[in-house]
Design a protein around this ligand. Structure first.
Ligand code: ASP
Ligand code: MG
Length: 431
């Protein structure tokens, strides 16, 4: 029974982190083991910036960014392999040459296709370096191109998985040779081999796809935090780790913006009852957070999720008309077309409120379109607080000194929108 591990960008940020990863995997005796890896550190951001420079025709900006990325990766190779670096450096150089050529090929083509053909290199580079390092440290390793495993449609930058085709390819994969399989998160391909990506932070999802299709015994996501907390400890005093929660509760938290896990990663695990563990990369023996079908621990303590940089839109029909189903359908259809997600939706007789955190490129045209049909009020720079399993007293304590601009709630979830300026700095969770 296969175990699947996933390591994010922070856990392979540099040579020391990669050495640590090697020791961690050497200590893990069970095989077969499949390891899914993200791009190193902030590489995906850097590749997006490179794409921007390339498409804007800013040749010197593009060349500088490419040179920096190349140097950063080669420095890691040198630090790891020393006098033995040449064969790995050559592979890394070849990937950079290929990346540069693909930028030239796609520079004037459609952006989403161009994005996928080039931003995928972060994971190709990281897995090349990491698998060479594991091999050099005595762990028999097999580098596998994820684009030969994960089959998707051609919806670039947010590709949809073809589960039947992916299962077939993964089941055909030989796993009994005792070698550790190292593959990329985030990247996939169409049936005819055009590279696609699964959306930012998609490596968790890749790992869940592999676990699902391989009928894995468990998926472990190794993170730069010890597990899932009831609030982001970087922002909230008194935050505590959640030891155990159900798939359904984890989906709720991820959907509302808990950053530790990708919302799409949970359904493939739930469908096959594959348990998930979130663990600290630096303290792999600490208990972590267990996620499975058991719902008994859900709601034991309140969970708080804060999303900043939100925009609140309030749409009102003209002429004192109702915000009826037809108008709601029209408005939500606009969101779907713009590819935007509303973290909070609340309807009244003559109003629909939407709390969004979309990129201005998508948001601005949508707001302009809404203004043609509705009276629109808009406020930017807001924060959306979601509280699961809290009571009225907790909500009031958290709202103190903050003007509530919109709210909605049901039996287990309450949401409030506040001016962002009132939400900066640290929060305290009252005991
Ligand atoms: N490297 C990709 C990103 O940064 C995928 C991932 O890390 O999950 O979005
Ligand atoms: Mg990442």
């Amino acid at each position: 029974m296969t175990q699947v591990f996933k390591f994010g960008g922070a856990s392979i940020r540099g040579a020391d982190a990669i050495r640590h990863l090697g020791r961690l995997l050497a200590d893990f005796p069970e095989r077969p083991l499949a390891v899914v890896i993200s791009a190193m550190g902030q590489t995906t951001d850097a590749l997006e910036a490179l794409l921007g420079g390339g498409r804007a025709g800013e040749a010197s900006d593009y060349r500088n960014r490419l040179a920096t990325l190349r140097r950063d990766h080669l420095d890691v190779v040198d630090a790891l392999f020393g006098s033995e670096a040449a064969p790995v450096s050559r592979r890394v150089e070849a990937l950079f040459d290929e990346l540069d050529a693909l930028h030239r090929t796609h520079a004037n083509g459609e952006r989403p296709l161009h994005y996928d053909q080039t931003v995928c290199f972060g994971e190709l580079l990281s897995t090349t370096i990491v698998s060479a390092w594991l091999e050099a440290s005595g762990i028999a390793t097999r580098w596998q191109d994820a684009r030969e495993l994960v089959v998707t449609d051609a919806c670039h930058q947010a590709a949809n998985v073809d589960w039947a085709a992916t299962t077939e390819r993964l089941q055909r994969l030989r796993r009994d040779d005792g070698r550790l399989l190292v593959t990329q998160g985030f990247i996939a391909s169409t049936p005819d081999g055009v590279t696609t990506t699964l959306g930012r932070e998609g490596s968790d999802y890749s790992a869940a796809i592999l676990a699902h299709c391989l009928d894995a015994e468990r998926l472990t996501l190794c993170k730069d935090v010890p597990g899932l907390f009831n609030a982001d400890p970087r922002r909230f005093d008194n935050a505590v780790q959640l030891d155990h929660l159900s798939y359904a509760e984890a989906i709720e938290l991820a959907w509302h913006g808990a950053k530790v896990i990708h919302p799409k990663a949970l359904a493939p695990l739930q469908r096959k009852a594959i348990p998930l563990t979130l663990r600290s990369f630096t303290q792999p023996r600490a208990p972590g957070t267990a996620i499975d079908a058991d719902t008994r621990h859900d709601g034991e303590i309140p969970v708080l999720i804060l999303r900043e940089g939100q925009t609140l839109l309030e749409l009102r029909p003209r002429d004192f008309a109702f915000m009826d189903e037809a108008r709601q359908h029209h408005i939500l259809g606009g969101l779907v077309e713009a590819g935007l997600h509303a973290g909070m939706i609340d309807a009244g007789a003559m109003r629909l409120s939407l709390c969004l955190d979309g990129h201005p490129d998508y948001l601005e045209p949508l707001v302009a379109a809404f203004r043609a049909d509705y009276r629109v009020t808009r406020r930017d720079d807001l924060a959306l607080l979601t509280v699961r399993h809290g009571d009225a007293a907790l909500l009031e304590a958290l709202s103190e000194g903050r003007e509530c601009l919109a709210e909605r709630g049901n039996a287990d979830t309450a949401q409030r929108v506040f001016p962002g300026t009132r939400c900066r700095g640290r929060w305290r969770i009252p005991n």
